[in-house]
Design a protein around this ligand. Structure first.
Ligand SMILES: [Zn+2]
Length: 516
């Protein structure tokens, strides 16, 4: 127990969370034991452990913080597991959707404003460590526009963004989605902002009745009959106002309904070059890829199957899993394809895990999902991540390649992506990241160029002790700074790399889905 307590403090806790076969708990401990562990090592600090997007485990302090008691009624989108006396055990089950997970996160204690500003900068810096220079934010549950954008707005005003951000507006009001979009199309417009921070359009939630929850542990959800009618009102409004839009869609059946709507609206209010797209599309059929192409749409894919592939095979079989999603087919038909992660709630934000998945077809648990024709060569995978993704923020020609006239954003990687072994792709980091020609991250031989270190706050911040993702705790004693980041011993690196599998759980706590 003492070792575990030390491990939690030093950020090694995740070693316990995900076992070899990619199940929630390490095989040697039961959920109850695990709960005793988190209650003992963190009696006063709320701990929220997320497993994929299907369940969460809270310690007693977290239950107190969110106010779940014997008298709390069952929420509409989930189940609070209880003991025989009716008291919450700490286990939350997301069924039939993820509402309980993000509703619970939203009840957590808030950081002071200065700490919010600081932790957002630290997170962006962490993305820079992986060579990320731009992201497209797909919005997310309980991320309200414009109120919850105050912190990122302030950083933008101060010139403190180190990652470019194009953000989509995500409705938060079931049955009142159209009103949200009517209000927002009056308030702002696509492209408003600048190269660092700009409005990208609508989605990925357009109407709640169209959201298919990607919990592979549950059967595929049927879309309610009202979906097409509700979606039609919103799509017509967006098309008439020339707003690019995106829609979360996991299953082909959902995509069929959405395309029925899009085709009908397109006849009355032509999309005519508008950049619209689906997110995810794990089971999209060839027929529907053709329909996307005919309407001028794109498909944004993310490595969710790298985390859920085993569950998918269990439910639908190996053959079905071979094209989840069928990226090779999308490219063959000439559909714009962008690649991303779906971090931070659904998967890790490490882009190299996603590139590894695109190239090898392997889950993080080691299961090979795809035959040769549905894997990409390294150049093609990188192209989807860079040039390919620029279409999705309508910024083609402006970013994605190192060329005259493009934004001066680039990353120098820790090893040669094109010649290292497949397994080593997961271990890549940046050693020098430039955004707008300015060094935003530097390590190893470039460490002299690094910006001044950002102290972590508040004082108890795990970042202060843990550093970032895949950081060996013993190389990071003391406050995080660029020098410490560059001083990773080969042995420590080996040790850190064995931890990859466990990371997504712990690092899925913070904000929300951003697809790239
Ligand atoms: Zn989504």
């Amino acid at each position: 127990m003492r070792e575990i307590r030390g491990g939690v403090f030093q950020g090694r806790f995740h070693n316990l969370l995900i076992s070899k076969n990619n199940t929630f708990w390490a095989p040697q401990i039961s959920r109850l034991t695990f709960q005793v562990v988190i209650n003992t090592v963190a009696p006063d600090t709320p701990v929220f452990v997320l497993h994929l997007y299907d369940r969460a485990l809270l310690n007693a302090a977290a239950l107190r913080a969110v106010g779940y008691t014997k008298d709390t009624p069952e929420p509409p989108g989930g189940e609070i597991r209880r003991d025989h006396a009716g008291n919450p055990t700490g286990l939350l089950i997301a069924r039939p959707n993820a509402m309980i997970l993000y509703a619970t996160l939203a009840k957590g204690p808030k950081l002071a404003r200065e700490d919010q500003l600081n932790s957002t900068r630290l997170f962006l810096s962490e993305l820079n460590r992986f060579g990320v220079t731009s992201v497209i934010d797909a919005g997310g549950g309980f991320q309200n526009y414009p109120d919850d954008y105050a912190v990122i707005n302030a950083l933008h005003r101060r010139g403190e963004l180190s990652v470019r951000l194009a953000y989509n507006l995500f409705t938060q009001k079931p049955k009142e989605e159209l009103k949200d979009f009517q209000r927002w199309t009056k308030m702002t417009r696509p492209g408003e902002g600048d190269d660092f921070y700009r409005v990208n359009g609508a989605g990925e939630m357009l109407v709640f009745s169209a959201a298919d929850f990607e919990d592979i542990l549950q059967p595929r959800p049927e879309m309610p009959p009202v979906m097409e009618e509700e979606l039609k009102g919103v799509i017509r409004h967006l098309a008439e106002n020339r707003w690019p839009f995106r829609l979360h869609a996991t299953y082909d059946e959902t995509i069929t309904h959405a395309l029925n709507v899009y085709e009908a609206v397109n006849r009355e209010a032509p999309f005519d070059g508008l950049h619209w797209f689906f997110d995810h599309c794990e089971t999209i059929s060839d027929r529907n890829i053709e329909r996307v192409k005919a309407l001028g749409g794109g498909i944004a894919v993310q490595n969710r199957m790298a985390f859920q592939g085993e569950y998918f095979v269990e439910r639908y079989g190996r053959q079905q899993a071979e094209r989840t999603p069928p990226i090779g087919r999308m490219l063959a038909l000439g559909v714009p394809v962008g690649a991303g992660t779906d971090a931070t709630r659904v998967s890790s934000y490490n882009p190299f895990l996603s590139l590894y998945w695109l190239v090898t077809g392997n889950t993080v648990g080691g299961l090979n999902l795809y035959p040769e024709q549905n894997r990409l060569d390294r150049m093609e995978a990188l192209r989807l991540y860079t040039v390919g993704s620029s279409w999705f923020s309508t910024e083609e020609g402006k970013k994605g390649s190192i060329a005259l006239g493009q934004l001066a954003d680039l990353a120098v990687l820790s090893a040669d992506y094109f010649s290292i072994s497949d397994e080593d792709i997961k271990r890549l980091e940046s050693v020098l990241t430039l955004v707008g020609g300015k060094v935003v991250y530097a390590a190893r031989e470039f460490s002299k160029l690094a910006p001044p270190p950002l102290p972590a706050s508040p004082d108890w911040s795990p970042v202060k002790y843990y550093g970032g993702y895949q950081q060996p705790w013993d190389a990071r004693a003391g406050a995080p700074d660029r020098a410490a980041r560059s001083a990773i011993e080969p042995n420590a690196r080996q040790k850190a790399h064995r931890w990859v599998r466990g990371e997504a759980g712990l690092w899925s706590l913070g904000c929300d889905c951003f697809a790239f």
